[in-house]
Ligand binder design. Structure first.
Ligand SMILES: CSc1nc2ncnc(N)c2[nH]1
Length: 161
């Protein structure tokens, strides 16, 4: 019996300020509601993945990114669900505009040492330290059972370019 999977391409953008703090948003509704997260969402037809990342950032927190760095790629699989979430992770340190609360997100600047992992997706505690260290791009794979259990995980450095 052949098992078919499909991929849903998503973006995730992490914003850093000159004090090296990170901007996270408290998701107010929908998927991941109640969790602090970076900003992102779907890639629309006709836009590139970086264009989608920039658009989602502006829609969700009001900032305009002027430069995005690709920092990693995350694959999320869920037991008994054929859709693999392929999340392209970006960072921006060059942006303009004013951070605003939107219908989706309540944004807040966090010092690195205060990142609220207990109120984030479980996988974030695994790959954030690798992201924060900088260096080569990372690839992460997480097999979830429901939303609160990770059955399998992989994290490695990779050159995605
Ligand atoms: C579906 S599992 C998941 N983990 C995540 N971590 C960070 N940002 C996301 N959008 C995440 N989704």
């Amino acid at each position: 019996k052949v098992i078919m999977t499909t991929r849903k391409i998503l973006t995730l953008t992490l914003v850093r300020n000159v004090a090296d703090e990170i901007l996270l948003g408290l998701k107010k509704r929908g998927f991941g509601e109640g969790k602090w997260n970076g900003f992102g969402g779907k890639v629309e037809p006709g836009e590139t993945i970086p264009q989608a990342a920039a658009r989602e950032l502006t829609e969700e927190c009001g900032l305009q990114a002027h430069y995005l760095t690709k920092v990693g790629l995350l694959d999320f699989e869920f037991v008994n669900d054929p859709v693999i979430l392929e999340v392209h992770v970006f960072e921006t340190r060059q942006y303009s505009g004013t951070v605003i609360e939107t219908e989706e997100m309540c944004p807040k600047w966090y010092k690195i040492e205060d990142i609220p992992f207990q109120n984030m997706w479980l996988d974030d505690a695994v790959w954030f330290p690798r992201y924060l260290k900088g260096g080569p791009q990372f690839y992460g794979y997480f097999l979830y059972k429901g939303f609160d259990t990770i059955l399998k995980q992989e994290l490695k450095s990779t050159d995605l370019s």
